[in-house]
Design a protein around this ligand. Sequence first.
Ligand code: SAM
Length: 287
Amino acid sequence: MSGWYTETLYPDVAQRLRMGTVLHRDRTGLQDLVIFENPLLGRVMALDGVIQTTEGDEHVYHEMLGHVPILAHGAARRVLIIGGGDGGLLRRVLEHPGVERATMVEIDRSVVDLSIEYLPAISAGAFDDPRAELVIADGCRFVKETPESFDVILVDSTDPHGPGAVLFTEEFYRDCKARLAPGGILCTQNGVPFLQPEELRSSHQRLGRLFADASFFVAPVPTYYGGFMAFGWATDDAALRRRTAGEIRGRFAAAGLKTRYYTPDIHVASFALPAFMLDILGGAAAG
Ligand code: SAM
């Protein structure tokens, strides 16, 4: 259907976005990449047939994946991002004045270059921040080989196929755990549970075997079709997931963050999972 971009992630349902000007369309060394304009969402990037980010709703995803773990931690100085080529998460991480260094490990240089060129509003200069370190490498290999440790590790990956598949394995989660400083938190892009229940179930089992506290928080990202987006949450400090809204409100104010989706109350509420997700998890992640 000319003039429309139809996502190819699911066999039985699909979203389609009107395509205005196509700004770039080509195969990188690893993935099919297209960036086009949409009248409602602004500029949109898709990889291998799957919407990755849009100017219109990227804030929901990036504010939640960035602010929830960093404000729950309370003293995060070293942050590792795996993936995140568009730079929207790097930007939110660097909005925290306490963050001294944010290392971003992205496998596909072209995603970064084309995002800086065609989606500058999303990264908003984050790649030029002196606290930012960009490494072009496979995230799975990086966490296995780096001697460094991190207070928070954020996995902003594609779905579990192609180059992103390794980022959903127990071996990768185990290597991430080994790179976490005491009291550290690992958070992951973990799909849309209503349409990807197996991804939720398998990640929960794998994280649950490695960490004292493994659960999820959720947020509705309009162009991640199918309802709530789930973010994996894993740490050995079970108290971090139970921060009160009052505690978070103080940290939020002190950090001087300006947000369009995230609030301290949304933070606390996002850990309350709907019954169908608890059923998928066999009721394990509730408490
Ligand atoms: N927020 C989006 C989502 O939820 O689908 C993801 C956006 S971000 C653009 C995903 C990035 O992960 C891509 O730039 C891709 O190149 C990168 N990526 C995929 N596999 C990777 C790997 N093994 N190591 C590092 N980066 C990887």
